[in-house]
Design a binder for this molecule. Structure first.
Ligand code: CA
Length: 232
């Protein structure tokens, strides 16, 4: 028989904590509950859960502090953390990802979404082993690129990029300061839904710059060569 996965849910609101606990027990997990940040840290260090669902708004030390602490601690840093945020507040989401949270769910949420996200986080953990969260989202200038979710935030604001735009930005951002020709960019992003031509690379770059707002200036044209994202 498979060992039950351990889940820690941290939430001071009884109704929400019990709802989460109930649903995850039903999906055959062993659930530990904490009402505040101090309890959360104590249980995390004692039980070494497989996953943590962590509310941002807690009395005393808040969810961000708990996340920061657990992600610094060698014993707990590889435990996936899903943050619960009260609203779809981009700033909360960005802050959570910056300090190492693996995913987030905004309230109100349905149990179905919750369970799906928990399973997705477990799957990622099993696939990537102990790959730190830092390798799954990275920051350059004031741009955050969240690789598993294919999401980008510029100056804390969500940026709605197409799949091709995302692929180009990710490619440039993974090698800051390096200049890539249009054909290198095409090679890096092919596999998209339509053929990318040198001319369409220019169009995509224009689109990315525009959508990134003030951060767009960091994507530079190198005349006669191609494009690069400015190194920090
Ligand atoms: Ca709360």
């Amino acid at each position: 028989m498979n060992k039950k996965q351990k889940l820690l849910v941290v939430e001071d609101e009884d109704d929400i904590r019990e709802l989460i606990a109930f649903n995850l027990e039903m999906s055959n997990m062993e659930v530990f509950k904490a009402k505040n940040g101090e309890e959360a840290i104590e249980i995390a260090e004692r039980e070494y859960p497989d996953i943590i669902i962590l509310d941002v708004m807690l009395p005393g030390i808040d969810g961000f502090e708990v996340c920061r602490y657990l992600k610094k601690n060698v014993a707990t840093r590889d435990v996936p953390i899903i943050m619960l945020t009260a609203r779809a507040e981009d700033t909360d989401v960005v802050k959570g990802l910056e300090i190492g949270a693996d995913d987030y769910i905004t309230k109100p949420f349905s149990p179905r979404i919750l369970i799906a996200r928990v399973h997705a986080a477990m799957r990622r953990k099993n696939e990537t082993g102990t790959e730190p969260a830092a390798q799954r989202h990275f920051k350059i200038h004031d741009i955050i690129i969240d690789l598993p979710r294919h999401e980008v935030f510029a100056r804390g604001e969500f940026v709605n990029l197409s799949a091709t735009e995302f692929a180009i930005l990710k490619f440039l951002a993974s090698n800051p300061g390096w200049v890539f020709s249009r054909s290198q960019i095409i090679d890096a992003v092919k596999g998209g839904n339509y053929p990318v031509t040198p001319r369409s690379v220019d169009v995509q770059i224009l689109g990315i710059r525009k959508k990134l707002g003030s951060q767009g200036r960091f994507i530079e044209t190198v005349r006669g060569v191609g494009y690069r994202i400015q190194a920090e």
